[in-house]
Write a protein of this length. Structure first.
Length: 217
């Protein structure tokens, strides 16, 4: 890492509401709006933030969703409209680092809270519904511009403009980009799967999925 620390450009929250999906209406917490001031961070996430699908979203391993604003110009060109903080359902809009630099297990100080990277974010169809672009979730996976989740190791407060300072790097050094490669692209890479499973900080959901996959190879 030689680019300095990344910045939390915006903190965003939102509660589930109705989202139009084709001819149906679904509940989703994908819409996030920026908030100001010192925001509490706990193992259950952020106040004023929630998810409708608790099976696939939320929980302590996914307390905070982070996404890089460095990807916004790409998406603006591809989507044809302005992309702003919270557009990808993220709680932290980051500026400075990407999926090729963050590693599973990295411990990160933001404000007075200590967080840990647990897994890449896996977008679902509701992201596409949010932007009336059904292909968007597939495009996110294809590009690797997924963002990632973090758990909260120490409760604290954070505010927009705070640095996200890595205080301990995971020894395995498996980046979000590498984890995405193994999960979505090179699905029979047994060596890659084993390396991921060896990282103690990996989320329970990814551990379960990858263990089942490894047993089938």
């Amino acid at each position: 890492m030689n680019r300095g620390n990344t910045i939390v450009a915006s903190i965003n929250v939102g509660m589930p509401d109705v989202l139009k999906h084709g001819n149906k209406e679904v509940q989703s917490g994908i819409r996030k709006e920026p908030v100001t001031g010192n925001i509490p961070l706990t193992a259950s996430g952020l106040p004023g933030d929630g998810q409708a699908d608790l099976k696939n979203h939320g929980g302590s391993d996914k307390a905070v969703c982070a996404y890089s604003a460095d990807h916004f110009p790409y998406w603006e060109q591809r989507l044809g409209f302005a992309v702003t903080a919270g557009a990808f359902g993220e709680n932290f809009t980051l500026s400075g680092w990407s999926e090729s630099e963050w590693c599973i297990g990295d411990q990160v100080r933001v404000g007075s809270a200590l967080l840990q990277v647990t897994q890449p974010r896996q977008p679902c169809y509701k992201l596409g519904a949010r932007h009336e672009t059904p292909e968007l979730a597939a495009w996110v996976t294809e590009t690797g511009y997924t963002g990632f989740y973090m758990r909260v190791l120490e409760d604290g407060e954070a505010a927009s403009g705070d640095e996200a300072i890595i205080v301990e790097r995971d020894q395995a050094g498996i980046t979000i980009a590498e984890a995405n490669r193994v999960m979505h692209h090179d699905k029979t890479d047994a060596v890659g799967i084993r390396r991921l499973l060896a990282v103690p900080a990996l989320s329970d959901s990814w551990r379960e999925t990858l263990t089942e996959r490894l047993n089938r190879i």
